[in-house]
Design a protein. Structure first.
Length: 151
């Protein structure tokens, strides 16, 4: 799995908005708070608006707001909004791939990878992160020294 800059920026931007408790976030302030290039952030915000994860209003009282409560927005929702499916192989969904011969079981490996990504990303909400109350399984997974090994 590769988390792109766009997906990382999108999650961090929404975490900034989630931490404001409903106050509007200006693009410039959001970009500065998370060290995100302003022009790149505009593209990210556009994707998030199209996915109905943020609302926006122009003007002096304008800015960006979360479109729903932070507890109702998973990390998976954000990644899908800017990147599409959580796992693909050569641009295809794992269930749509058919391998010949000895590579045939490889499809099951890709499906298992996607299932594990979903198990984490769909179960962690913006509120979980902002409130620093990550699900127990996240702490269990990251307490394994192997999770921290660079490979």
């Amino acid at each position: 799995m590769h988390i792109t800059a766009k997906a990382d920026y999108a999650v961090r931007t929404l975490l900034e908005l989630a931490s404001t408790e409903g106050a509007p976030g200006k693009a410039e302030a959001l970009a500065g708070a998370q060290n995100i290039p302003h022009k790149f952030l505009e593209s990210v915000l556009s994707d998030l608006r199209r996915a109905d994860l943020v609302r926006s209003r122009r003007g002096p009282d304008g800015g960006y707001w979360l479109a729903r409560p932070p507890a109702e927005i998973s990390v998976a929702d954000v990644v899908r909004a800017v990147e599409g499916p959580l796992a693909s192989v050569r641009g295809q969904r794992p269930e749509d791939i058919d391998y010949p011969g000895p590579a045939q079981p490889l499809q099951l490996v890709w499906l298992a990878v996607r299932a594990n990504m979903r198990a984490v990303l769909e179960e962690v909400s913006l509120a979980d992160i902002v409130d620093e109350h990550l699900p127990t399984f996240v702490h269990e997974l990251t307490s394994d020294p192997g999770a921290w090994a660079r490979r």
